[in-house]
Design a protein around this ligand. Sequence first.
Ligand code: NAD
Length: 437
Amino acid sequence: MDISIIGSGYVGLVTGACFADVGHNVICIDNDSRKMETLQAGRVPIYEPGLEEIIHRNVSAHRLRFSGSIREGVDNSQIIFIAVPTPQQPNGDVDLSFIEKVSREIAGVLTSYRVIVDKSTVPVKTGERVAESIKRYNRHGAKFDVVSNPEFLREGCAVGDLMHPDRIVIGAQSEYALDLMKKVYEPFMVPILVTDINSAELIKHAANSFLALKISYINVISAICEASGADVEKVADGIGMDRRIGRQFLNAGIGYGGSCFPKDVAAFITIAEQVGVPFNLLKEVQQINAGQKERFLKLIRETLWVLREKKIAVWGLTFKPDTDDIRFSVAIDLVADMLREGAHVMAYDPKGMEKAREVKAIAEARFAASALEATEGAEALVIATEWSDFANVNLALVKERMTTPIVFDGRNLFNPETMGQLGFHYHSIGRASVAPP
Ligand code: NAD
């Protein structure tokens, strides 16, 4: 099928590449000319495992190309996906201006029937507004259908998630559009849930909010474990072995970040309020999440006494491993907080440093060439993102390099007993702190 994707970021670019890889002809469109030039020059502007290879393969096979022109996409595709940002406004509302602008632009160049699919995460009833807007600016009176097809991929394993999703949700009200959508997803051979448009839109916010809630639930339990001498990892295993609950998203840590969970939880609270349903449970989730980072900082402060002039190594800057995405990363917030208190931060991240260097709030941080180098002379090591690379660092060498071997593990990457035996003072989340024997 001939498909275009408007918005070639973490969602649009991966979706476009995977659609091409299963045989569709895809045009990825973006109004960021630098991004388009990079892609047209054969380079990939984001890091996502496996993505570069798929892009190169499909560009060579002439199934994937890049353009800055929405007209080119609309002229050459039966189906047009929208994957532009839907950021949070200061009052918690979703900023739908990107979606509205793209709807107008599509309408302006629409000359014959097209299916317009919203893949961005949007509040319930946005599909109706998109349809209204296209109708209003549809100069040629061309026919069209609007479909909702929320995306559930996780950054860091987006290609795998795209290729083997748990489910595809399609919200449609036209049988014809639904048939075309089923053809798009036929090669993936996965369960398709068909709903009305409003339900499809709601599913995405309900799913992300639930996952944020699950993380926050185990984070509260981690605080109870610390206060009572229990081990949160064991408790999570015990809960997670219950198939009704499941072990995923029960990893205690310094809280969720990223470009989705914080904004989607805030959006869902506002959406619920607007339809007259107070969602205080999610407000509590927000507080727990913010509190988790504060609890961790308090532990660092209490252990080191004062942060001013302390040399602190930080491992991890991205909001999760296997991505270069630092948007709303708790790790970046932590670094900013420690810098504000006068600490000297030496950070390392396998993929996130290029973007981190541009963040004003951490302009005073320095960056090391390796995880080991970051610990040279450090009085403490803070682990903020659970990259598997860190688990492979030679900890004996880390200890040798540090001035005082104190580790604050915000992601429970290491085994406390082993860390104690290696000679570290080791603090983690929801588990007893350990000192060298
Ligand atoms: P992103 O910022 O990485 O990418 C969006 C792209 O849209 C950018 O490249 C931007 O230049 C482009 N764009 C903006 N306005 C445009 C316009 N008028 N014309 C053409 N291109 C335009 O964002 P993302 O992370 O890919 O997220 C996109 C949407 O998908 C959001 O609604 C997000 O909530 C949702 N989502 C994201 C993820 C994720 O893990 N990142 C997962 C599921 C859903």
